[in-house]
Design a protein around this ligand. Sequence first.
Ligand code: IVH
Length: 738
Amino acid sequence: MTNSAAVLADAAAYAAAVEEASQAAAAYYATGESTLDDDAYDRLARGIAAYEADHPDEIHESSPTGKVAGGAAVGDVPHTVPMLSLDNVFSAEQFATWTASLERRIGRPVAAWSVEPKLDGLAVAARYREGRLERLITRGDGTAGEDVSHAAPAVVGLPERLDAPVTIEVRGEILMTNEQFEQGNAIRTEHGGAPFANPRNGAAGTLRAKDRAYRVETTFFAYGALPLAGSGELSATLTELPHSELLAYVAGLGVHTAAATEVAPLRVTTVEEVQARVEEIGALRAALPFGIDGIVIKADLAADRREAGSGTRAPRWAIAYKLPAVEKITRLLSVEWNVGRTGIIAPRAVLEPVEIDGSTVGYATLHNPADITRRDLRLGDQVMVYKAGDIIPRIEAPVAHLRTGDETPIEFPASCPQCGSEIDTSEQRWRCTRGRNCRLVASVSYAAGRDQLDIEGLGATRVVQLVDAGLVKDFADLFTLEREQLLALDRMGETSTDNLLAAIATARSRPLSRVFCALGVRGTGRSMSRRIARYFATMDHIVAADAESLQRVDGIGKEKATAVVAELAELAPLIEKLVRAGVTMTEPGATPPPEPGTEEEGDGGGTGAELPLAGMKVVVTGAMTGALEKLSRNQMNELIERAGGKSSSSVSARTSLLVAGEKAGSKRTKAEELGIRIAAPEEFAELIAEFLPGAAGEAVAVVAAVEVVEVTEVVEPVGGAAAVPAAEVAEVAEVVEV
Ligand code: IVH
């Protein structure tokens, strides 16, 4: 987090800084695109403010410090009450200083605070008359905005009619969720348009666009409301309600607020609680389905707000606690072309290293060649780079007006950079014509990995040996390896060979979700594979599914469904080979979905109400103990989903149950605050006892799978175990271990 200010030595430096800040602000409010990243703008604005504090008689009229929004005047619809901006703080100390000055001003401690996300979109005012949406207006310069009512029907969360016939102005932010951004860009590029640089830019462009041939959705989040002429008795209520209750009232009218999100506004009473929530929201930021650039803290009580009052630019009763910027401008040095596990050739940008959100970013994804062309990226360009938390950094757009003319075109490869074969360029994502075979070692190693088939002892070096010896041409070949073949390899003694064969035999009875994940279908990782396996219950059903039925699986949209169907067709010979090798093709406990049209379609296998976690969203935190002690998080998630629940990694108002083990931290605190049911690992183990490894139902499912390969001894191992070969002993063990 940076909180330094640009140092402006003299009047000339001040004038130049005002000019630069004004240009950046004008561009930002006009199109959502800025010539400066947020950090750079904030530094400049603070430098300007510091200079003005020392030279109050030299303040320039276009200085951003005096402006309501710092932006260009767009539109001619006057706001009834100015749409103000917010002052910023960047640290706990600055927040404490601000609180102290506010409390000095009102002469008493602030009674309560509302802590809410600072949504990264555009401010709008929605005027409702007798319950009907009359006008939607942008903030513009804060005193007058643009009428964008034409855009309202495509704004999710902003109903055309309220649930009560009231006259009210609801204020809030319009943004694009990450999903809307992806969808919007897909539709736009299908229509030959350039992709939006980022969600904020997408929301700004979409709001202003008229007569588009396609529909792009955005989302509204209300963060305030005020009376209008004609509000009648409601006027007094709106001005007197605590802010937290005002938001609840607005939500009750059917308008969307952040209440149902993980960063829901929280009412607290102490500065320590505010700080704790700020940190919590900061930690949740990367995983949120929409962008936030800070936290807004507001005095909750109307009396506190009234007595604090407002300046010309910002209210004194609210402050924006800015989070570290997740966008920075840096230079694009070169582009590398890497071949992935499935043969996809992906461009990667090499950047002049830049510090973003606490880490140094030197690389960013570039999606595909068409994307490079559409964005008109060139080597040497200054580019806007985005990174939030663990998310892989991506290039949003070149900052075209910073070009010097020395930039050069990016060259695309003419043949596969891995093996020299031809490239299939018929799709947006280029692919080596050898497909998975181009990176055979990587795809077999992936299939053998811990979260897929979990074949112990099959590291990358072994896979290289097997591939080089011609024994493995895909991962199904692992299941037909013979002892003699393995013994003939370097450094493969009898013990290693038998252990590896035993591990492979164990892998044969992994549940369908693992086997499906091992296929490495693009876009289907661990949790998506589990959802697909639970929904369809058998590989036959998955393979027979068309794009439409795949979309019934939670999280699969049209585009992904089509891609999965195409890839499964390509993988059909491999799947056949796995079936012949006796690999499990069913998901224990799941039942296939009914045939479309025959009876009411459910949501796939095994999610019936009879399951102990049916309809529940479960979060696991802390160290597991007792029967759950040895399970990885992935295995815990598998267990939750087998028992009918949904697993999630973060606590929100929608969480049904928190399984809290030893050393559970902030998730537990949050669950307590939200009144969510908390279970110790032992209590949870009891709840889902029948699904635990080794439970009767599990054993039957696994034994049934073992029977497919006709190893009938395993059902009666007692007393005869010594006579059962190692591979089958492993299968017996599997009955207990899965
Ligand atoms: S309160 C007078 N609450 O941030 C109070 N603003 O940088 C001003 N914003 O203009 C609005 N999330 O566009 C408020 N929860 C939130 C907000 C929020 C985002 C935006 C809003 C405002 C800007 C100031």
